[in-house]
Design a binder for this molecule. Structure first.
Ligand code: 5GP
Length: 120
C-alpha cells in the first residue's frame, strides 16, 4: 500500500488537525487517542511517512526505530504506568485491525487490561 499523505495522522503532523500532545522529538510525536480505551491511551507515531509496522521495519533508519521505541517507554513512564504495567499495541493491516494507515503504537494502561485477545 502506498502512503496516503492525507491520512488523519499526517494531517495532525502538519498541524491541520489539533491533538493533545504529550511528547515530541525530531522523529516522533505522541498524543492522546481521541477515543480512549483506558484511563491512559496514547498514540506514538513516527514523523516519517510509514504506512505500517511492516513498512517501518523495512524502511526506517536506526535512529527512527530507536526514537519510536524510546518514546513509547518514555510516555508510559511519564503517564505513571511503569510500575503497574501497561500494553504497547500495534495494529497492522486488515487482519490486525489497523484503521489509520500511518504507523502508530498504542500505549494503553491505567487499569487492569485483561487478556490480550478474546478467546476464539
Ligand atoms: P488503529 O485501529 O488504526 O490501530 O487505531 C487508530 C486510532 O486512532 C484509534 O484508537 C482512534 O481512536 C484514533 N484516532 C482516529 N482519529 C483520531 C484523531 O483525529 N485524533 C486522535 N487523537 N486519535 C484519532
Amino acid at each position: 500500500m502506498s502512503y496516503d499523505t492525507n491520512n488523519i495522522f499526517a494531517r495532525i503532523l502538519r498541524g491541520e488537525i489539533p491533538c493533545t500532545k504529550v511528547y515530541e522529538d525530531d522523529h516522533v510525536l505522541a498524543f492522546n487517542d481521541i477515543n480512549p480505551q483506558a484511563p491512559v491511551h496514547i498514540l506514538v507515531i513516527p514523523k516519517g511517512a510509514y504506512v505500517s509496522w511492516t513498512d517501518f521495519a523495512a524502511g526506517a533508519s536506526d535512529a527512527e526505530m530507536a526514537a519510536l521505541t524510546r518514546a513509547a517507554g518514555r510516555v508510559a513512564e511519564a503517564a505513571g504506568l511503569a510500575e503497574g504495567g501497561y500494553r504497547v499495541l500495534c495494529n497492522t493491516g486488515a487482519d490486525g485491525g489497523q484503521e489509520v494507515d500511518h504507523l502508530h503504537l498504542h500505549v494503553i494502561g491505567g487499569r487492569p487490561l485483561g487478556r490480550m485477545l478474546p478467546r476464539a
